[in-house]
Write a protein that binds this ligand. Structure first.
Ligand code: PGA
Ligand code: ZN
Length: 433
């Protein structure tokens, strides 16, 4: 008989910024135990599922999660006790209990996700399969993802020196994930050399482990990354391309414009698109995330019409891993790829559904960590099992990031799984390439 859920404990633990987050541990009747951790973002989208915080100013500046922990032990456990460890059924039960659909304000998405991950992991242990295989939605779909790796940070992750949040590289000139990672580390190292040579002081690292230098402009960051690729001995545009996370919602003004203080201009959506178009011509850019504000659907339509056949245009704050918003994007032809963050929607099952939806709609998918992470490597297995093709975990320093990169190295060594280094502009709505 399949083992049943017997116990569930919640814990308040700390994330990579030292803020509280939620852990859950499930115990099955067979004695199997498994854990799950919820990550936490800083540049969160308006439409994300609710991260339940205590708001008690005496603890962690109000960021405590004891209420979410209580929900796990007092509300979720009684509803799950005696159920088989099957993540689809467990998530459905929690969603019903929560009663707020995508919002998750009944129980808290942090409480629900920690439980969901713990149960998915317990199910894998029971089946004797690696976690990624038990997350595979169709046989033969699993594949190692191409990493999109942070080199420099700006915006909310690095003291707002420059507005764009993330300058990343994608190594697509290498035959294996391990070789890609090795080359990416070379570029990351070289970026420091370039920064120092150009007289931009490097003082410590940013929230996702990349450099967080004081730079004069967003374009200067593009120059540094391009030079780092080339000085490390690689061909820009052929071995490596650049990905940006503009995170534009976070410097969008009340009158609907984009304040690029470091470039000394305030731009309309159309001007922003033109600027990105120019930079994509001057630098080896392949992917741009959150180029515009999260509710500017009209702007996103224009962006996609103008740049969508040449570039991967990723919606993070735009979609918040929410199936309704992804469907709206498809209807409006806005963006051509979805950033997928488990805690934006709150359960493993709904995350897999959004990944499936992206595939059906011809959208690309990038499985993504948060800026606040833990040592949980669940995300690596999710990226492999779903065959999403791309993963974004931050930089290649700091162990909350490396837990995932290293798990991918382990999976690559153990299993014969496909790895595609091809960067393809997503098919988008079934249109021919
Ligand atoms: P966040 O940043 O986790 O702080 O939201 C990551 C991102 O914007 O992609
Ligand atoms: Zn983002």
């Amino acid at each position: 008989m399949a083992p049943l859920i017997e116990a569930l404990r919640g814990y308040e633990i700390l994330d990579s910024r030292g803020n509280p987050t939620v852990a859950a541990r499930v115990t099955l009747s067979s004695g199997v135990q498994a854990i799950g951790h919820a990550p936490s973002g800083a540049s969160t989208g308006k439409h994300e599922a609710l991260e339940l915080r205590d708001k008690d100013p005496r603890r962690y500046g109000g960021k405590g999660v004891l209420g979410a922990v209580r929900n796990i032990e007092e509300a979720i456990l009684p509803a799950l006790r005696g159920m088989p460890a099957e993540v689809g059924a467990v998530d459905a039960r929690m969603i019903e209990l929560d009663g707020t659909f995508v919002r998750k304000s009944g129980l808290g998405a942090n409480a629900m996700l920690a439980v969901s991950c713990a149960v998915a992991r317990a199910a894998a242990i029971v089946s004797g399969e690696p976690l990624w295989r038990s997350l595979e939605m169709a046989k033969g779909r699993a594949a190692l993802p191409l990493p999109m790796v942070n080199i420099l940070s700006g915006g909310l992750h690095a003291g707002r020196h420059i507005e764009f949040q993330d300058f990343l590289v994608m190594g697509h000139g290498f035959g294996t994930y391990a070789e890609t990672l090795h080359a990416t580390v070379q570029v990351h190292r070289q970026a420091r050399v370039v920064l120092e040579k150009r007289g931009y002081p490097v003082s410590g690292v940013a929230d996702e482990g990349g450099w967080g230098p004081s730079l004069p402009s967003n374009e200067a960051a593009l120059q540094v990354v391009t030079e780092a690729i080339e000085d490390a001995g690689y061909r820009s545009g052929e071995d490596f391309s650049i990905a940006l996370d503009v995170a534009a919602s976070h410097f969008h003004t009340a009158d609907g414009r984009y304040a690029l203080k470091s470039e000394e201009r305030v731009l309309s959506a159309s001007e922003m698109i033109s600027l990105l178009e120019r930079w994509a011509g001057a630098y080896p850019i392949f992917s741009i995330e959150d180029a515009l504000e999260e509710d500017d659907w009209e702007g996103w339509r224009e962006l996609t019409a103008r740049l969508g056949s040449k570039l991967q245009l990723v919606g993070d704050d735009l979609f918040t891993t929410n199936p309704r918003r992804v469907q709206r994007g498809a209807d409006l032809r806005a963006a051509n790829a979805v950033l997928v963050k488990m805690n934006q929607i709150g359960t493993v099952t709904e995350t897999l559904e959004v990944l499936e939806m992206a595939r059906t709609l011809g959208y690309g998918a990038v499985v993504s960590a948060r800026s606040g992470e833990t040592e949980d490597s669940f995300l690596a297995d999710l990226a492999v099992g779903s065959g999403a093709g791309q993963i974004k975990i931050g930089s290649i320093t700091r162990s909350e990031r490396l837990a995932k990169y290293n798990r991918l190295l382990e999976i690559e060594k153990d299993e014969r799984l496909p790895y595609s280094n091809k960067l393809m502009v997503p098919r988008q709505f079934g249109a021919p390439q």
